[in-house]
Design a binder for this molecule. Sequence first.
Ligand code: SAM
Ligand code: MD0
Ligand code: SF4
Length: 368
Amino acid sequence: MKIDRNKKKHIGILHKALQEQRLSRQEILLLLKSRPGLETDLLFKTARQLREKYFDNKIFLYGFVYNSTHCRNNCRFCYYRKDNTLSKRYSKSKTQILDISCKLAESGVHLIDLTMGESVSLTKNNVEKVFELCNIIVDIKKQTHLPVMVSPGVLSEWALRQIADFGADFYACYQETHNPDLFSRLRKDQSFSQRLAVKQKAARLNLLTEEGILCGVGETLEDVADSFDAIKKLCIDQVRVMGFVPQTGTPMENHPMADVKMELVILAVLRLLFPDRLIPASLDVEGVGGLEKRLDAGANVVTSIVPAGNGLAGVAQNSLDIEDSRRTVAQVEKILLSCGDYEIARPEIYKTWIKQRKKENLKEKIKL
Ligand code: SAM
Ligand code: MD0
Ligand code: SF4
């Protein structure tokens, strides 16, 4: 019977993935079409098995510091786009950033993610502003003894070199889609090729890199498969998918929220294709209520942990679960315990992973 043949095919592909054999484009597309029920159950199970192979049951936690919500760009999906008069703008001082980072470190996160709207002065190589950021990176590292990720948007090679030299560990910059047409609709007036190339440049400077897919914004499954190919070529260390959340005051405010089931399927396929890389479960899409399902689909990092009482915003969910202290290590730990199988990793485990990846990248990325 046809149904049985499809089921057999599906199981066969998952078996191949578990053995870490290369999957064809057709096989990947079939996985992306997994139907809810048995097919997604098996897909998620395979993703968990691969995660366990490389990370055991250990979960990493990232503290999120959205230090400036001013932005020069007009991404159609984003609450902080320049033209959105409804979005609250703030810029935290160095003292505030350090204070928040220390609180996050004390609470038990493994990394501090310093994120900001794309600033005109940073992109234009304003030396003073670039070194201001570099000094913040140095001081966060000195005071928290934690690795630092920076998410400042597209930077010049010179600015990237400075942040690398001053000790940043990770550079995050999400393409959202690897379909240039869709990109130009989403990130209007921004260069597709520059945004892609900046990750390669960062990698050559031995920064670890994060790439991301935004789903539910009009992409096809072929586009998602293209993203997987592009990510493979980039040698990415952390890879994410986030479901689109409509934002008031933006051109996409009436566009429906992404289908969470699809986000989970993409997340699981990412785990199959990048089994030894970091894959976030972001609290910035459905808050803490969405954590368990993302871990069940193969994620191994909880991102967007935000301390209350500091006037900090999230990106896709600017306030959800923040001021009621739910995006905290304590809450996340409770959820991990209630799920049964997970454990927060000891800080050394994360640091060792980072060190090891940097070493491997030195070899791999020389070829880029
Ligand atoms: N301004 C920098 C940039 O754009 O690279 C740093 C901010 S970056 C972390 C913001 C990311 O959050 C976007 O790249 C996108 O993937 C995600 N995001 C923004 N708005 C979103 C929305 N409405 N729904 C889901 N994800 C969103
Ligand atoms: C997150 N809100 O992890 C953050 C953000 C930026 N590096 C990450 C999108 O969900
Ligand atoms: Fe600015 Fe980043 Fe939002 Fe785009 S996604 S509008 S660059 S903050």
